[in-house]
Design a protein around this ligand. Structure first.
Ligand code: C2O
Length: 535
């Protein structure tokens, strides 16, 4: 492969949305940030220069980072943050992946404005396993706050359940036609009758799952999270924060303008930003201002639409792209994902909402876990996840506990190199059930099963799909249900796993795996680069 060089200057920039202007943190002054283009097997070098007053770090979401955990990016997990005035060169090679991924800041809530697309094309001369599109378009869905993100963070840390809901959704950085504020800019996708377009859709929103639709057009899903799928047609794409979805759109009208829309999906009684973001699909040469709008947008609690969509996802599993699902399991794990309430002296009402995996609220360390692991620095983490919970309750939420308190700790789960893992993620709904998009760094996993209610190891395991389950890096654990994933621990290092709803990560819904080196050649974590930031 080739070597691709990028330079990311992290700078403040004024941006005007919803008729008001505020300074935001950006890469190269752009929102969304620049797209990284590369081919499978290429090496990507991104020089990040921090010109702002905040600590930053950038994560390459979904990139496997085989043996290069130092370039993964989550602050205090694989690196110390890049401090103001400092520089860090991210250096990684793209192996065995092609499709759409994305990059984002991985510290506090900076990713609200610091994010962009990664497009990995197949190796030169290798076609897509679907008809070649005439043109490709990146579509980034996100959220916009009128207040600055620091205020949003502080509110979330102090508050109880009421999180700060965004003021608008955006498509490629713009809310579109929002009431009372004529907006400018935004996506106006030009198409020609008869042509086919590849839309690379990314959900970069902090806290909201989204429905994505184009009026008058069916979408054919061909890839998610940089793994090919069996193609299927849908009116509506359902996409959780962290996920990417590639769809083909056939321009099968003669002319006209059609609405493109993103609206929220939330199946719990929780406040969401209800404003639909819009953009336009425009047949070249069509005059006039009439836009064909959507006859209907799914209501925010349209769980059946979401379920139909996720149940349709299957790995392509062809001769060239086989689904390598682990058929046996070395580590069978059961993790609950939930919210709890802990005492807090400085908070409103003397308590605050926390989030936990197996009742452990993750505490961020002071130096990176990967450094602690590589240099054998003790006292940073323990590898006894989840340990003994301080409060034992029925994880599966069959009866309401009398105590919502969680344990706090920096606990990791250790995996030998190349061991196979089955992980059942159970939403417990201690306070209220909620859909959690769980993201695992360093691996793709296969979604072998899912269901409503409590996981039943006896019956549910029998129905697992070990042939062509969808392969991805972020999966929505449905509200009041469970999801089972499998992966092979073939990537030595420390790998973060967390809910990709930023507010839940902030509250502690996160943990990490430590994967030991193997004994063979090329089975160890590489040494850190010399410019690795210091804490
Ligand atoms: Cu896209 Cu750890 O995140």
């Amino acid at each position: 492969g080739m070597v691709r060089h990028y330079k990311f200057n992290v700078v403040m920039k004024n941006a005007t949305r919803l008729c008001s202007t505020k300074p935001i943190v950006t890469v190269n002054g752009k929102f969304p940030g620049p797209t990284i283009y590369a081919r499978e097997d290429d090496t990507v070098l991104v020089k990040v220069v921090n010109h702002v007053k905040y600590n930053v770090s950038i994560h390459w979401h979904g990139i496997r980072q085989l043996r290069t955990g130092w370039a993964d990016g989550p602050a205090y997990i694989t690196q110390c943050p890049i401090q103001p005035g400092q520089v860090y060169m991210y250096n990684f090679t793209l192996t065995g992946q092609r499709g759409t991924l994305w990059w984002h800041a991985h510290i506090l809530w900076l990713r609200a404005t610091v994010h962009g697309a990664i497009v990995i094309l197949p190796k030169l001369g290798v076609p897509y396993p679907f008809p070649r599109p005439h043109m490709e378009q990146v579509i980034i869905l996100s959220e916009w706050w009128k207040s600055d993100t620091e205020a949003v963070i502080n509110e979330a840390l102090k508050s109880g359940l009421a999180s700060n809901v965004s003021d608008a959704h955006t498509i490629n950085g713009h809310p579109g036609s929002v009431k009372n504020c004529a907006s400018q800019g935004g996506l106006n996708l030009q198409v020609q009758p008869g042509n086919t377009y590849l839309l690379r859709v990314i959900n970069a929103a902090l806290n909201e799952e989204l429905f994505f639709k184009v009026a008058g057009h069916k979408l054919t899903v061909v890839e998610v999270d940089a793994a090919y799928t069996k193609p299927f047609n849908t009116d509506t794409v359902v996409i959780a924060p962290g996920q990417t979805t590639n769809v083909l759109l056939k321009a099968n009208h003669a002319s006209g303008k059609y609405l493109v829309a993103a609206s929220p999906f939330m199946d719990a009684p929780i406040a969401v930003d209800n404003i639909t973001a819009t953009a336009t699909l425009h047949y070249t040469g069509s005059l006039g201002s009439t836009i064909t709008t959507l006859t209907s947008l799914p209501p925010k609690n349209a769980t059946p639409i979401a379920t139909t969509f996720t149940d349709s996802l299957r790995s392509l599993n062809s001769k060239n792209y086989p689904a390598r699902v682990p058929k046996t399991v070395d580590h069978s794990l059961f993790f609950t994902v939930s919210l709890g309430v802990n005492p807090c002296a400085t908070c409103v009402n003397g308590s605050r909402v926390v989030a936990a995996i197996n009742n452990v609220t993750f505490v961020m360390p002071k130096i990176s876990l990967l450094q602690s692991h590589f240099f054998n620095i003790s006292g940073v983490f323990t590898d006894d996840f989840p340990g003994k919970p301080s409060v034992v309750y029925d994880f599966t939420g069959k009866k309401q506990p009398t105590n919502f308190r969680t344990t706090r700790g920096t606990r990791l789960y250790r995996l030998p190199y190349n061991s196979t893992v089955q992980l059942v993620l159970q939403d417990t709904g201690m306070i209220t059930p909620e859909n959690h998009p769980i993201h695992l760094h360093g691996f793709n996993f296969f979604v072998v099963g899912k269901g409503q209610g409590n996981f039943n190891p006896k019956n549910d395991t029998k129905n697992f799909n070990l042939i062509d389950p969808v392969e991805r890096n972020t999966v929505g654990v449905q509200s009041g249900g469970w999801t089972a994933i499998r992966f092979r621990a073939d990537n030595p290092g420390v790998w973060f796993m967390h809910c990709h709803l930023e507010i839940h990560t902030t509250w502690g819904l996160k943990m990490a795996f430590v994967v030991d080196n193997g004994k063979g050649p090329n089975q160890s974590l590489l040494p850190p680069p010399s410019d690795l930031p210091k804490c």
